[in-house]
Design a protein around this ligand. Structure first.
Ligand code: NAP
Ligand code: ZN
Ligand code: ZN
Length: 348
């Protein structure tokens, strides 16, 4: 009999995460089975576990910043063998045949299967994520991890990394440009690192004055406390591009006003409530308001390789699984430097 997979799950929107177990499918010919070593804690896990976006099926096993070692492969798998490092991000499958899939943009496939809380054709239930001891994933959605990288610091690249890397690449952020990053959390601190690595002048907009020193160390050239109206006014029309990583409702006009003519404000933060917007901040200087969703598999691999070559990882606080509910509370209070990563050994 296939042994049970140990996990932590949210039993309902209102209850804390608690121990849970279930059975993963045996690897199919194209599957890779991964023994999970580390899993990052994304704010999307909180939104989903607490049903803040709607549509959560319970029990819900979150976790989509997964890194581990291959323990079994199906007979068609050539890319991976037992013992290899491997990683899984926010997606575990897609249709493979739509325009988005053909363009390596699986995240926009209408039939994309997310790593948790998506219908699971193999079980008839929903997919269960990385707050668990192992996972079985089709080889096309498994990423390669180079030997020698810091494993725990690499895990959050699978969501926080690619979600910030992809829009900065798409909007061609480069030397000579000024880039604003709003919010210094898991996504924000990676946006600062990437924008700096791509050669931009980086301004961090934060509500937390106590993060200023860290922001400099991470690669921000200027820090603006967004609650200070005068400091915000002083930066009017200063940015070519802004990436907004804020997880809660906030004023978009304040950030649109920071853009130069023709500048773009790109939302990656996914506040559950609608955000207010006065259209004049778009009209007056031909500003664009955009959004971006994680990144495709090929680009995720490119990002992991870029990070391995440059020695870029996430700044993390390693936790045991039984700290997860406290970690959620701290994340909501913006008290995280800058990503919690679960040591899955604490679940085994
Ligand atoms: P996080 O670590 O909690 O960081 C969010 C940061 O936003 C906080 O550290 C804080 O930064 C700032 N913030 C929080 N509440 C705020 C408020 N009320 N007003 C102003 N600023 C506030 O979260 P994360 O994991 O980086 O995720 C951020 C958001 O991105 C979440 O909504 C998540 O669901 C979403 N997300 C989207 C994608 C995508 O594909 N688009 C992928 C992953 C995550 P300061 O202390 O510096 O102000
Ligand atoms: Zn995420
Ligand atoms: Zn597709």
């Amino acid at each position: 009999m296939t042994p049970q997979t140990k996990a932590y799950a949210a039993p309902s929107a209102k209850s804390p995460l608690a121990p849970f177990s279930f059975v993963r499918r045996d690897p199919l010919p194209d599957d890779v089975k991964i023994d999970i070593l580390f899993c990052g804690v994304c704010h999307s896990d909180v939104h989903t576990a607490r049903d803040e976006w709607g549509g959560t099926t319970y029990p819900c096993v979150p976790g989509h910043e997964i890194l581990g070692r291959v323990v079994a492969v199906g007979r068609n798998v050539k890319k991976f063998k037992e013992g290899d490092l491997a990683a899984v991000g926010c997606m575990v499958d897609s249709c493979r045949d739509c325009h988005s899939c053909h363009e390596n943009l699986e995240q926009f496939c209408e039939d994309v299967v997310f790593t948790y809380n998506s219908p699971d054709e193999h079980t008839g239930g929903v997919t269960y994520g990385g707050y668990s001891t192992n996972i079985v994933v089709n080889q096309d959605f498994v990423l390669k991890v180079r030997d020698g990288v810091d494993l725990a610091a690499t895990a959050p690249l699978l969501c926080a990394g690619i979600t910030t890397y992809s829009p900065l690449r798409h909007w061609k952020v480069s030397k000579g440009q000024t880039v604003g990053v709003v919010g210094l959390g898991g996504l924000g601190h990676m946006a600062v690192k990437f924008a700096n690595a791509f050669g931009a002048h980086v301004i961090l907009f934060t509500t937390s004055a106590n993060k200023a020193d860290d922001a400099k160390r991470l690669g921000a050239h200027e820090i603006v406390i967004s609650k200070n109206e005068d400091a915000m006014k002083a930066k009017a029309m200063s940015c070519d591009f802004i990436i907004d990583t804020v997880s809660a409702k906030h004023d978009l006009d304040a950030y649109l006003n920071l853009l130069k003519r023709d500048g773009t404000l790109c939302m990656v933060g996914a506040a559950p409530d609608p955000v207010p917007l006065g259209v004049f901040s778009l009209i007056r200087w031909r500003h664009s308001l955009a959004g971006s969703l994680i990144g495709g598999i090929a680009e995720t691999q490119e990002m992991l390789d870029f990070c391995a070559e440059r020695g870029i990882g996430c700044d993390i606080e390693k936790i045991k699984i039984d700290y997860i509910n406290e970690a959620y509370e701290r994340m909501i209070r913006s008290d995280v430097k800058y990503r919690f990563v679960i040591d899955i050994a604490s679940l085994k």
